[in-house]
Each structure stands twice: as C-alpha cells, then as structure tokens.
Design a protein around this ligand. Structure first.
Ligand code: PMP
Length: 459
C-alpha cells in the first residue's frame, strides 16, 4: 500500500489539512491529530504505531465476522472482474442483488419478502420514510403522513435521518427538519423509571407515550412509528420485554405502520438474525445495513413487509426514488458471502446460546461491582456500562459526559476500543468473539475503570 511511504506524522498532517471527519470538532481534532488505523485481523485492529487494539465496537457496529476475511475480498474481486457495476433502474437487474433478495427473504421474519437497496443506513431510512408516506398516498390517505419517533433515537445523518432521529444537537444544526415527525419518550429505565416502578410497568408506560402521540395527532394523521429495537448510538438502551409487543399492539389498533431500524441489530447482534425475532414482533419495514456486509462494502437493505409491498405492486405507479448504487453488484456479492460465513460458522446461534449469556455474566461479575459503575446491561453481543459518581443516587460527574471519556481513553490505552456516549460506555464487538475474548475485554475495562477512578478522584 502506498501509505507505507509516509510516516505517521505525515499522514496525520495530510489528514488535518484535507480530511473533514464525520461527527468531529475539527478545531479539537487539529490539536490532537487522528489515530490512524492501518490494518486489522480477526478481532484486532492495529494503528500506525503497530499497537494492537481489541475492537470492542466491531468498527462502527458492523464488522460482525471480524477482520481479514479472504473470502469476502475474493467475492469482491471476482464480481469486479465479471461485472463491477450495472444499475437496477429502467427494468434492469444484475444477478447478485437478485440472489441476495432471495436470501434476505428467507432469513427475514415470515411476512417480509421484498428488498430495496441503498449504500447506507441513512439512505435506507430515507427510503423507508418515503415508502410509508407513499404507501398511505396509494391507499388514498395522503394526510396520514405523520411519523412518531423517540427522543435520543439515531436514524442516520441525512436530513431525513436526522429529522427521524431524536438527537437535539443534530436538530439544532438542521435549519429546518422534515415536517410531521414527532418524538416521544424513550424506554430507558435506568434514568426514567419511577421509584418502585417495575421493569414491566415502565415498558408499558413508555409504550403508552406512543399511543398518546397517536391520539394527540389523530390516528388518521399518523403514518408510522419508527424505532431501533435497542437504541444503539443513544447508549445501548434495552427496552423492557413488555415494550415492543405493546407498541406493536398500539400500532395495529390505530392502523399505524411499524418501522424497525435494525441498522445495528440486524444480522445476529441480539442472538437472532433480526431483533424483531428477539422481541417477537412483526414490523412493516426493517432498515438494515452495516453487518449485512460486515462493513466490507457499503450496502443497506430496506426489508419491506408484505402489506406495504402488496399495495406498491398492486396499485402500481412509479415510486420516484432510488440511488445509483441501489443493488450494487459488488456490494451484494460481498453480502451474499458474508451471510454464508455467518451461517456456516453458526455465529447467530453462538451469540444466542453461548457468547451472549457469557458476555452478560462477565459484565455482571467483573464490571458491575466497580465504584464508578451505576449499571451494566447487555443483549446478545451489545452492552452498556453507566458511569456514575455515586452508585446509590446515580449522580453523574460534571460536566456531563466527561467521565466516560476518561474511561474510554484509558480503555484504548489498555488495548480495547470502545465508545463513550454521554456517560455511557458502549460495547458492540464482532460476533466472532469467544469467551476468552470477552474475558480479555473485561480485564481491560476493569483496569481502565481503576485508572479512571484515580484520575477522577484527583479532580
Ligand atoms: N440507523 C441506526 C440505528 C444507526 O445506528 C445508524 C448508524 N450508526 C444509521 C441508521 C445510519 O447508518 P449510516 O451511518 O450507514 O448512514
């Protein structure tokens, strides 16, 4: 690779001079310089200094089969030689999106059998929003176009994605959101449950917020409800088991479509192929991306349920929407091979029956007792650690979010990449992690917590 002709310092200088990073304070980045990751293998990433770091985030919640998979590189190479690109507009198609659609229809919940492709989760959510509004227009109810989402939701960074999401700092920079999207409370028991309220009751109350929003607008004005089964970027917020079935019941009662954003949870993360199966619900649309290719190619797939697809097909008329790279042949070839690896290696079952439960137990036994930890929680292979100043009162360190960054920096120095969102540490490792890898990660987290504790006491 040509980068090897450059020193780390040179790469950092060029990066600072020319590269605008996502979700970054560029002034701050220019003061510190970026960490440059040069290669990776299995569960490890390596920076330009050669430091080995266990990747507790699977890249950005996506590298589910781990790094260095020759089969994926070979699938891309073979497809690029045969047909690097052709579009799927104008009544054309290419073989790999055809076969991938068949495969996804087999893996998805029973009532879901159609697929619309994009290159990112944000694009797929744009598609989903356009599609549900188009659906109600085709049904003769164009005024049924309001979408209910949740505070702190993350649905992407395009204007539609940001509008659907519930991140206030992002809204502030929008200068005008997509109209008719409202946000209700999130199912985050750690901070929002009332004293003495059971998990079940809290879940029902959080679901009731969806019903209240439907009634406030009038059901004839509400197109859909959208949510991440487990809120990811907002802090791995796992809803009580009562929440999703109740949200589904409410949506059906008022004839509101249910849109699930499984960009993080899709393809095995919660121990089923889709979190819809984990929570036992049947959404009308399922947004997926990331682990569809394990991040080896940019690809998203909006899985469309039979109800919406039937109207689209039977009523006809052009849906004026699509991307140059919808159904990209190389990305779809890589996705097919990636799904084959996940199946062949039994990674979904492994998360469900072995590593998921072991991960939960390890977090409880090795991390939960630490003085800085208010709560640990996990589902499958995604987990969160709440950082607090006082376990009993749940008081946080000030300024908000500053303590988690101290823990994160120590964790990285200990050789574990994880992420801090507000005062929550997040883990979302590759599904190839074993019990030993989980133990290695917990050991490093425990050390990072001790070092952070010492730093925070000095403040
Ligand atoms: N939805 C969810 C739930 C996500 O977590 C993300 C990305 N983290 C997106 C949508 C947006 O995906 P992308 O960054 O590929 O546009």
């Amino acid at each position: 690779m040509t980068y090897q002709n450059y020193s780390l310092k040179q790469l950092q200088q060029i990066d600072a001079a020319h590269h605008l990073h996502p979700f970054t304070d560029h002034k701050e980045l220019r003061e510190t310089g970026s960490r440059i990751i040069t290669h990776a293998n299995g569960p490890f990433i390596y920076d330009a200094d050669g430091t080995e770091i266990l990747d507790g985030m699977a890249g950005l919640w996506c590298v589910n089969v781990g790094y260095g998979r020759d089969e994926l590189a070979e699938a891309a190479y073979a497809q690029m030689k045969e047909l690097p690109y052709y579009n799927s507009f104008f009544k054309c198609s290419t073989p790999t999106p055809v076969l991938l659609s068949k495969k996804l229809a087999e893996l998805a919940p029973k009532h879901v059998s159609q697929v619309f492709y994009g290159s990112s989760g944000s694009e797929a959510n744009d598609t989903a929003l356009r599609l549900v509004r188009h659906y109600w227009a085709l049904e003769g109810k164009p005024e049924k176009n309001r979408v209910i989402s949740r505070k702190s939701a993350y649905h992407g960074s395009t204007i539609a994605g940001t509008s659907l999401g519930g991140m206030e700092p992002m809204h502030k920079q929008l200068g005008g959101a997509v109209p008719n999207i409202v946000h209700v409370m999130m199912p985050y028991a750690y901070e929002l449950a009332l004293p003495g309220e059971s998990d079940h009751d809290f879940g029902m109350r959080a679901a009731k917020a969806v019903e209240d929003a439907i009634l406030e607008a009038g059901a004839d004005k509400v197109a859909a409800f959208i949510g991440e089964p487990v809120m990811g970027a907002g802090g791995v917020k796992i809803p009580p088991m009562s929440y999703w079935p109740e949200v589904e019941r409410i949506c059906r009662k008022y004839d509101v479509l249910l849109m699930l954003d499984e960009v993080i949870t899709g393809y095995g993360r919660t121990g089923e192929w889709f979190a819809a199966q984990t929570f036992g619900i049947e959404p009308d649309t399922i947004t997926t991306a990331k682990a569809l290719t394990s991040g080896y190619q940019p690809l998203s797939a909006l899985l469309v349920g039979d109800r919406v697809a039937k109207t689209l097909v039977e009523k006809g008329g052009e849906f004026y929407h699509g991307y140059t790279y919808s159904g990209h042949p190389v990305a779809c070839a890589v996705a097919l091979k990636n799904l084959e690896i996940i199946e062949k290696e039994g990674l979904v079952e492994r998360v469900k029956n072995d590593t998921g439960p072991y991960f939960a137990q390890a977090l409880q036994e090795q991390i939960a007792g630490h003085r800085l930890v208010g709560e640990v929680r996990s589902i499958g292979l995604m987990g969160a650690i709440e950082i607090v100043k006082d376990k009993a009162t749940k008081e946080r360190y000030l300024p908000s979010g500053s303590a988690a960054v101290v823990v994160r920096d120590h964790a990285i120095a200990q050789g574990l990449m994880l992420r801090a969102t507000g005062d929550t540490m997040i883990l979302s490792p590759p599904l190839i992690w074993t019990r030993d890898t989980i133990d290695m990660a917990c050991e490093r987290i425990a050390k990072a917590l001790d070092l952070a504790d010492a730093d925070l006491r000095k403040r």
